[in-house]
Design a protein around this ligand. Sequence first.
Ligand code: 13P
Length: 250
Amino acid sequence: MHVRRKLVAGNWKMNGNLAQLAELHAIAEAARAAGGVDVAVCPPFTLIAPAVTRAGGAIVIGAQDCHAEESGAHTGNVSAAMIKEAGGRMAIVGHSERRAEQQESDVAVRGKAVAALRHGFVTIVCVGESALDRAAGSHVDVVERQLEGSLPDSWEEGELVLAYEPIWAIGTGNVATPADIGEMHAAIRRHLVGRFGDSGQRTRILYGGSVKADNAAEIFAVADVDGALVGGASLTADLFVPIIEAAARS
Ligand code: 13P
């Protein structure tokens, strides 16, 4: 039986400013008090360096994306090396908002994951089906294809983490049921173990999509849920800290 430490990661998306980094103080306090739980915040690129200073080591600070290349003619992009120099130690790749808005393919996501892992990052690869996929009953197949295409075949550094984020649950308040979450996390676990053996057992699988203080405990109780990727409720300590505490109690 593998014991996987819970990871509660906040994705600030395109939100936040220098003033809002004051929230990190209480979040860091909660992370220290909780013990046994890893806490991370991924603010916009511009806030990574000051966030690292504010977090003071209690919170892992990361990015919401990274480019597959180290440097070069890629206007507007940011490499894993640059994130690392700013103090970032994590990257989220393949978020559904980037898959949709930047037309990121599974192959592109895999390239980003490889780069993030090469820099030793905790690398959160996101997968998740649309409402249409679910209505058609193809949700597990869709996620399986994303896993096949988006995950690297091997890596030496860093830690791979999966995040299951059903698109219809993101920012909608429509959280997936424990049964839905359990079904998908079990399918993801089967894929990981089938492909990576023992290390697939150790890989953390987060749930994301309208995680809040009032549903976190129920979600963390589902088998193979090893934490949460939290959007809206990670923006303030008032909203985020109870989720960290729920993870610590689970
Ligand atoms: P919400 O928690 O706002 O639904 O966002 C989830 C998400 O997309 C995290 O990456």
